[in-house]
Write a protein that binds this ligand. Structure first.
Ligand code: ADP
Ligand code: ZN
Length: 728
């Protein structure tokens, strides 16, 4: 007798266990670990994954039989099951949640809609060609028979265009028959237009270093300045990998924001590449997934969840723009794709390569301890020079009545236009409506303990640090310049209007959430700007990523301060990343790049580092702060959020969590809070935050698991645990 252990998709966390079912003899041959089955459960029919097969039942209980096996193919191979265990252990989610997050909708257990395989109907001869010819009694019928005979595949659809009545007659007489063939929704044939480039010395060193360790687990960090040709290195390494009959995964922050990167891969590797991006329909995603699982592609390029691509024979994993927040999922399970990449690299004994012009401090620090092999690309391709950057004091400009465009920026715009070059203007909207900034002098309130911007709480009219709870009352006037305090903010639309007002003859294009809503919205804008149909591109941070426009000489940062004031200890790092990358759009080919940084904090050290395009300097400065204030990479962080609709209960439970932690984890670990969390009340749900800072504490994971368990059974108060959070 055959028994299987089935993991069911149940909403409740504490039912995260497998259930034993009996397999009827008739289904035994179809049973494999990793397939889905339909089973009876509490008078319902549920789907679940087979996680084990036994010849004896686990316990002596009444055991039901499964109803059917859902899949022909194995969905969860051994590696994917290992990955789901890794996710479960490292993010404290349920096994079911870990499995579901890895799969396209069509393959999740108990997903209700029908996303099916697509078929086409072909016609084939049922008897020999000669006999078929003899049995035809019209020229149309003969024509169809000839076409079937001449073509490898002949669609019924096409035959029907000739004569559907002839097709029916031939079918009825059994001269021909129908055959169903599975097809993929996305099946464009791409043209290979891209040739590999001769690597420069730095690129060649990178290439050699990585290809030397194919077949062993090794972690690389490529720190390459903007325009240093990282993509070309990735592509040539991958070529080597697929020549060895292995496969590759490449992660990018977001496909729609990196059309050029994707285009390069498609035109170099053609149909060997599968793209997994958010614009795919569920059916298309299902098809792409099957192509991958059936070894029909060699390279997968995609955003975060592409790290779960079921490629066999993996030879390398590459993660571009390693510093991007998008690699961390901000809902349960809160996994980080980079952790999964490193897990898979170790599992497969292969290298994993992370690349960035602005690596995270955590990773750079590890590279300096040789936990990553650091590769540096210090020069731009063709020795193009890094852009010149100028900092402009907006406090002075405002006195002259220039709120958006400083005098200097106007001069640079005009001079770029006279040379027929293009301009990018970045208006950073990632501001925080709950921080208060003086629009006259740029002053913001900061916590003296945690060095983060204080958050404004309307209800109580006070400003608070959401890390430690430090509180002051809001004043109506700026403590520095005594002007009236105001909420800071203007949009890209207003900037666009302002430019059109000053320069009625210039062609201005806007790229932000509004103008990119349509399918391929990003690509269209990028294409138009690249073709020089426009002079100025105005946009939010989405224009700062990996774009390569040879005719852009000038970049203006309209408001460099917004990210500086995000209430997060990483605000300095985020500012450096964004502005350094944005500046990197200027002067990538023959033009000399000019970058104008407009700010109310002209003496800010981070902005100086951006202006000097000096990552090293930024790194040393910021590391010093992190050390002093006990932030990563010196300390690890865990963020806990207690949420409830009931304020009293929420507050009480948060204090309990705090006390429990304080009592059970190491004395050396710090516990901050509970404080009313970042966004205090959303949709009538109250949130209290607690932060743990620790270095080495082997009690933490077991203690968190215990806490997690306690809250699973509490349906009034919820506990979210975020290990190594990106934002707290
Ligand atoms: P990064 O990602 O480091 O910012 P890219 O990979 O976008 O840089 O490369 C910048 C430009 O240089 C691209 O247009 C690319 O095609 C080109 N390029 C890269 N490597 C070479 C090379 N070895 N020779 C000539 N051009 C190159
Ligand atoms: Zn504080």
């Amino acid at each position: 007798m055959m028994y299987i252990e089935v993991l069911l998709e149940l909403k409740n966390k504490h039912t995260d266990q497998t259930y034993t079912y009996k397999v009827p003899k008739s289904l035994e041959k179809q049973i494999y670990i990793g397939k889905r089955v339909k089973v009876p459960f509490n008078k319902r029919v549920l789907e679940g994954f087979i996680l084990a097969v036994n010849m004896m039942p686990k316990e002596d209980i009444k055991i039901l039989e499964i109803i059917e096996v859902v899949d022909e193919e194995i969905i969860l191979n051994e590696e994917l099951i290992k990955i789901s265990e890794f996710i479960k252990d490292n993010t404290l989610c349920s096994m079911a949640a870990a499995i579901q997050v890895m799969l396209p909708k069509a393959l999740k257990a108990s997903y209700k809609t029908n996303i099916n395989k697509k078929y086409q109907v072909n016609l084939v001869l049922n008897i020999s060609y000669d006999s078929a010819r003899k049995l035809c009694n019209s020229t149309k019928q003969k024509e169809i028979i000839d076409l079937i005979n001449e073509n490898n595949i002949f669609l019924k659809k096409e035959a029907n265009l000739i004569s559907s009545s002839s097709v029916n007659t031939l079918l009825k007489k059994q001269i021909i028959k129908e055959e169903e063939e599975e097809i993929y929704r996305l099946n464009e044939i791409s043209v290979l237009t891209d040739q590999k480039k001769k690597l420069n010395e730095e690129q060649l060193n990178a290439f050699k270093s990585i290809t030397n360790s194919l077949g062993e687990f090794k972690k690389y960090l490529i720190h390459g300045v903007t325009g240093s040709g990282k993509t070309e290195v990735y592509m040539q390494v991958i070529e080597e990998v697929i020549n060895n009959n292995k496969t590759a995964i490449v992660l990018v922050p977001e496909i729609s924001l990196t059309p050029q990167f994707v285009f390069n891969f498609k035109s170099r590797f053609g149909d060997d590449v599968a793209l997994l991006h958010s614009a795919l329909s569920d059916g298309e995603r299902y098809d792409e997934w099957r192509k991958i699982a059936r070894d029909e592609v060699k390279i997968v390029v995609g955003a975060r969840s592409a790290i779960f691509a079921p490629l066999k024979n993996l030879g390398i994993i590459i993660i571009d723009e390693e510093h991007s927040d998008s690699y961390k999922q901000e809902s349960t399970p809160r996994y980080n794709a980079i952790d999964i990449a490193e897990f898979r690299a170790e599992y497969n004994n292969i290298p994993v390569v992370l690349g960035s012009a602005t690596p995270t401090l955590e990773r750079m620090a590890r590279a300096s301890k040789n936990l990553y092999k650091l590769i540096e690309l210090k020069k731009r391709i063709n020795n193009a020079s890094l852009p010149n950057c100028i900092i402009v004091d907006m406090a002075e400009e405002i006195k002259k009545g220039n709120y958006l465009l400083s005098e200097r920026l106007q001069v640079e715009i005009e001079s770029a236009i006279s040379r027929e070059e293009q301009i990018i203007l970045l208006l950073n909207r990632r501001g925080f409506s709950t921080t208060i900034t003086c629009s006259n002098c740029g002053f913001t309130y900061k916590c003296p303990n945690c060095d983060i911007t204080l958050t404004y709480h309307k209800l109580k009219e006070n400003l608070r640090c959401h890390y430690c709870g430090y509180t002051i009352f809001k004043k109506n006037n700026c403590p520095k310049c005594h002007e009236e305090l105001n909420f800071y903010g203007y949009g890209t639309e207003k900037l666009e209007a302002e430019i059109k007002n000053i320069y009625p003859n210039l062609r201005v294009l806007r790229m932000d959430a509004d103008t990119t809503r349509n399918k391929n919205g990003h690509e269209k804008i990028i294409e138009k700007f690249r073709n020089h149909e426009y002079d100025i591109l105005v946009g939010t941070q989405m224009i700062s990523k990996g774009l390569d426009f040879p005719m852009v000489s000038t970049v203006g940062i309209i408001n460099a301060d917004t990210t500086l004031n995000i209430p997060d200890f990483r605000s300095g790092e985020k500012t450096f990343d964004l502005l350094y990358q944005a500046a990197g759009r200027a002067g990538r080919s023959n033009t000399v790049g000019n970058v104008i940084i407009q700010t109310f904090n002209k003496d800010n050290f981070i902005l100086k580092c951006v202006a000097e395009q000096d990552y090293e300097k930024f790194y040393n400065y910021e590391m010093n702060i992190r050390k002093k204030l006990k932030y990563p990479p010196y300390y690890y962080l865990i963020s806990l959020k207690v949420t409830s609709k009931d304020y009293e209960m929420c507050s009480k439970e948060a204090t309990k969590v705090y006390n429990y932690l304080r009592k059970n984890i190491s004395e050396k670990s710090l516990v901050l809070g509970p404080t009313t969390a970042n966004v205090f009340k959303v949709n009538n749900v109250y949130r209290f935050g607690i932060i743990i800072k620790y270095r080495f504490d082997d009690k933490i994971m077991p203690v968190l698991k215990e806490l997690d368990k306690m809250f699973v059974i509490n349906n009034k108060v919820n506990l979210e645990i975020d290990i190594n959070p990106i934002q707290i």
